[in-house]
Write a protein that binds this ligand. Structure first.
Ligand SMILES: [Mg+2]
Length: 322
């Protein structure tokens, strides 16, 4: 097997795990190229000659993984996502075991699934148009405010940075959102409007139930609570019921669509995959790219489509952890 490992996780607390993964992955006759990215990098440089390999491993946190996933999708390559960042929500959404040995095993088994990605476009204050891929969530309003406030603490504090940022801003502005879904237009007042490829947030909480990476749809989510104290309720419900299937989510409404256009009644901050943008926007447009990328999964993943027997056989064949 020929593997390209692209490692962009130099700052992650788990950054050594990828070296263990590489050791577990390699067998006699294998080739493996380990490409360490610097602080800034270019997609073409990161994926140079990637088509010569059987598998590309994307090792990093959400920002790096999202960027690399879009580049991998454009090239039609198969990838394994390896969680090396301070926050790894995309990996958590795939639901594979976060363990180097198990991931190396999954790569050798070579079971893959197709995952969707999203594309989002917006105009900045000067009227310039921007367009970007996303793998997690993008949106406008209080969520972007949180990302901005939490950004400086993120590497040190990981997901707690966002909860602390939420508590430090008790009264985010309420905005009227005009939301054009595939075949209907709705209006809602809320503190944020998001589009999600996966609705998992910090703490492995799914803010809406049944949001899937493989249904060819984006989830459009409106946080309708008028204050951050109200936001604590869904977060608390999230801890009690991470999948959202039993308790639901108070003050959160969601819709599914292939294509969505969102207009806000005032300028609002925006984030794409947890990265806050400079300046504010008046809206955005997003669409799903169905089955954009093929990804390695193990038999624990909710996206694994094999049988229970297959999954048991797989687990039995795993050698004891060294
Ligand atoms: Mg979906």
């Amino acid at each position: 097997m020929r593997t390209l490992i692209i490692h962009a996780g130099a700052t992650g607390y788990a950054s050594d795990a990828v070296f263990q993964f590489q050791r577990y992955l390699l067998e006699a006759g294998d080739e493996c190229l380990f490409r360490q990215l610097g602080e800034t990098w270019d997609d073409d440089e990161a994926l140079a000659n990637a088509e010569r390999f059987d598998l590309v491993v994307l090792s990093g946190g959400d920002y790096e993984v999202s960027r690399l996933l879009a580049a991998v999708a454009d090239r039609g390559l198969t990838a394994c996502v390896f969680p090396s960042g301070p926050i790894n929500l995309f990996f958590a959404s795939l639901g594979c075991a976060a363990e180097p040995f198990a991931l190396a095993h999954a790569c050798r088994e070579g079971r893959t699934v197709s995952a969707d990605l999203g594309k989002i476009s917006w105009q900045d204050a000067s009227g310039r148009s921007w367009r970007q891929s996303f793998s997690l969530m993008a949106g406008t309003g209080f969520d972007a405010e949180l990302m901005r406030a939490g950004a400086s603490n993120r590497h040190a504090m990981g997901q707690m940075a966002y909860f602390m940022a939420a508590l430090s801003n008790p009264q985010p502005p309420v905005v009227r959102f005009t939301i054009e879904l595939d075949d209907e237009t709705i209006e809602r007042d809320g503190i944020a409007c998001l589009v999600a490829n996966t609705a998992m947030i910090q703490g492995d909480i799914e803010i809406v139930p049944d949001c899937r990476l493989d249904d060819g749809l984006l989830d459009v989510i409106v946080l309708e609570t008028p204050d951050a104290v109200g936001l604590l309720k869904p977060v608390l419900f999230g801890f009690l019921d991470p999948s959202g299937k039993n308790l639901g989510r108070p003050q959160i409404e969601s819709f599914k669509a292939h294509h969505v256009r969102v207009r806000a009644s005032k300028d609002v901050p925006m984030q794409v995959d947890g990265e806050p943008l400079d300046g504010e926007v008046r809206g955005f447009e997003a669409r799903v790219v169905p089955s954009a990328v093929r990804l390695i999964v193990d038999t624990l993943s909710p996206y694994f489509t094999g049988t229970e027997a297959e999954s048991e056989a797989d687990r039995a064949s795993l050698p004891r952890h060294p």
